[in-house]
Design a protein around this ligand. Structure first.
Ligand SMILES: [Ca+2]
Ligand SMILES: [Ca+2]
Length: 197
């Protein structure tokens, strides 16, 4: 789920024509300062164990919080970055048009050190896509294969078992390594879940 707030949407033209114009303008500016980054509230640390929506990667630019190989958001949904996000017909959003060489960062806080299972919800119409997940720069999964799930919007949960995680704040990076056969896509990414064993 996502919530978007336009802090200035409540200020009507009428309000801006009277003596309160400067006040409302100032309030709007202040509200923008306070709330202008709400669509990037996704940048806030994700609590694990728990679920991370793929589209809630960290705030920041191309090459910093993410790497995407095409300018702009091809799907045009949810966030205005170069990451390509589309509506998922089943609900919510997913990251699509995922090409090898791209990556997404997620700052997380792991409440409890231990052994975890990672479940990743993916969709693909072909086989051959691979990716891996790094924690603070260390590859924790090795290559993960995206199966042919029956379609780009047909979702399947794949599991990486027995991943050891330390407690505390860490930066996860989902790194796209290989495109599926005869496509320019690794697969579509819906969400990722970490469950303590
Ligand atoms: Ca793009
Ligand atoms: Ca992309």
């Amino acid at each position: 789920m996502s919530v978007r707030v336009n802090p200035c949407s409540h200020i009507s033209r009428k309000h801006l024509t009277g003596r309160f114009q400067s006040w409302t303008a100032a309030a709007c500016a202040a509200a923008t300062l306070l709330f202008g980054t709400v669509p990037q509230a996704a940048a806030q640390t994700k609590a694990l164990p728990g679920t991370i929506q793929a589209e809630d990667f960290d705030a920041g630019g191309n090459g910093s919080a993410y790497r995407d190989t095409t300018t702009g958001n091809t799907g045009g949904k949810y966030r205005s970055t170069d990451v390509d996000i589309e509506s998922t017909p089943a609900g919510g959003y997913d990251v699509g048009w995922v090409a090898a060489g791209e990556w997404l960062k997620y700052t997380v806080n792991v409440a409890t050190a231990g052994t975890y299972d990672l479940d990743i919800r993916v969709g693909s119409a072909v086989v051959g896509g691979t990716f891996h997940i790094e924690v603070d720069g260390v590859d924790k999964t090795g290559p993960i294969s995206v199966p042919n799930t029956g379609g780009w919007q047909t979702w399947q949960t794949i599991r990486v078992s027995g991943v050891t995680l330390a407690a505390g704040t860490q930066v996860w990076r989902v790194v796209m390594d290989t495109n599926g056969s005869n496509t320019t896509s690794v697969g579509n990414f819906n969400w990722l879940q970490a469950t303590l064993r």
